[in-house]
Design a binder for this molecule. Structure first.
Ligand code: S3P
Length: 442
């Protein structure tokens, strides 16, 4: 679907965003292997979470979850929708009759690998062309070391897993990745002995927070985390709003001179590094934590523009904490004064699309200057004229293009906006509500 974005309006107002997809994947998986009935509220009706939900529904023979996943893509998202799952211990999961489709979701494929590795069944995980191009050995290798049989096709999906009685390991991740850490920890709670994951840079900690809140033996280590074998009890939880979705609205407000408050959003500090980057660039950012949900801090995020944003250097060590927000930060950087450099950004090449090349092309297509220098993305700043951009089927690229375009000097046309629903169903409608001028061209 192609849209036209006409700049000149202010993006402002109070809003809520759909539930956090990283948290939703994890709580769905924990509910699946829990003993008894788990109730989850606020699961986002996004395509990625639907992929995990569909696979879990199949493993459990759960009709309600299956129907919910099947309804996605139709109608308006209800951010507080409630769903119940009748969990089964790993040894009671139903062996799948065919490949398990993870769609576009790397998190679904990698975290499910961890759950299945410790389950007494054989399964094959597959996905769309984008997912089949992403590296899977990074998760297969530690799971093999724990005792599972895991086969990839030249390091890629389809991933065939034969679960086994696993042994805990101490694993140092070669690349900081919350998906790899999460997979090893989810396998670890089904393994004999302690499982430890050591990371050179800390990544999002949703798996360990949920496990700790549920009563698992979780130990903080210098640069890592350890878990003990654990039988997951049933639980209930309300998924906080996705701060990575809020990032697009916050950036649009900061760029257009507006002020926006996002309520009931996740404020986990391993996810809010982009706010520190925006503050360094000169935006006014406030985050007020008001409560907690299954170990996850929840609160309100308020952002407004200051007089002019400045280009900055984002060091390689800051990259893992902002990995999902580089597209929107690059959109902001294109409008800042002076150059912004995103160092150590190689991981962007293996996201839902090659975001390093994609962002350079996106900024150039919208009438700005950007370059790739080794593993760094360098954005010139100084504003955008307006032009054309293509999401290349990548949700965050689609939304970043809209944010870049609302602050441009002239109109832009963006192809492939429907990809936004992978993580942020209702994105275009929310932007319209907040004042953006967007028309669907067909
Ligand atoms: C995620 C981890 C990150 C992130 C992805 C979600 C997660 O990926 O980019 O959108 O939920 O664990 P990596 O672990 O590959 O960095």
């Amino acid at each position: 679907m192609r849209i036209r974005v006409t700049p000149g309006t202010t993006v402002a107002g109070d809003v809520r965003v759909p539930g956090d997809k990283s948290i939703a994947h994890r709580w769905l998986l924990l509910g699946t292997i829990a003993t008894g009935r788990t109730e989850l509220r606020g699961l986002p009706v996004s395509f990625d979470v639907a992929s995990t939900a569909r696979v879990c529904a199949g493993l459990l023979g759960e009709d309600e979850l299956f129907r919910w996943a099947g309804s996605i893509g139709s109608g308006n998202p209800d951010v507080d929708h409630r769903i119940a799952i009748e969990g089964a211990r790993r040894d009671l999961l139903q062996p799948p009759s065919g490949p398990l489709d993870c769609g576009n979701s790397g998190t679904a494929m990698r975290l499910l690998s961890g759950v299945l590795a410790a389950s007494p069944l054989s399964a094959t995980l597959d996905g769309d062309d984008s997912l089949r191009a992403r590296p899977m050995e990074r998760v297969a290798e530690p799971l093999r070391r724990m005792g599972a049989v895991v086969d990839t096709v030249d390091g890629h999906a389809p991933v065939a897993i034969k679960g086994a009685a696993l042994q805990g390991i101490r694993y140092e991740t070669p690349v900081p990745s919350a998906q790899v850490k999460g997979a090893v920890l989810l396998a670890g709670i089904g393994a004999e002995g302690r499982t430890e994951v050591i990371e050179s840079t800390a990544t999002r900690d949703h798996t360990e927070r949920a496990l700790r809140a549920l009563g698992a033996g979780v130990t903080d280590l210098p640069s890592g985390i350890g878990v003990e074998r654990f039988d997951v009890p049933s639980f209930s939880g309300s998924v906080p709003g996705d701060v990575s979705s809020a990032a697009f609205l916050a950036a649009a407000a900061a760029l257009t001179g507006g002020e926006t408050t996002v309520e009931r959003v996740g404020c986990n500090p391993t996810r809010t590094a982009f706010l520190r980057v925006l503050a360094r660039m000169g935006a006014h950012v406030e985050i007020a934590t008001t409560g907690e949900e299954l170990g996850e801090p929840v609160g309100a995020l308020r952002i407004s523009a200051s007089h002019g944003l400045q280009g900055i250097v984002i060091a390689p060590d800051d990259l893992p904490g902002t990995v999902d927000e580089v597209p929107v930060l690059a959109a902001v950087a294109a409008h800042a004064e002076g150059q912004t450099r995103f160092g150590g950004a190689a991981e962007l090449r293996v996201k839902e699309s090659d975001r390093l090349t994609g962002l350079r092309d996106l900024i150039r297509g919208l009438g700005g200057e950007a370059a790739i220098e080794g593993d760094a993305l360098v954005v010139a700043g100084g504003g955008l004229k307006g032009g054309t951009a293509d999401s290349r089927g990548d949700h965050r690229m689609a939304m970043a293009a809209v944010v870049a375009a609302v602050a441009a000097r002239g109109p832009s046309e963006i192809e492939g906006i429907e990809a936004a629903a992978v993580s942020f169903p209702g994105f275009t409608a929310t932007m319209l509500d907040l004042g953006a001028r967007i028309e669907v061209l067909g």
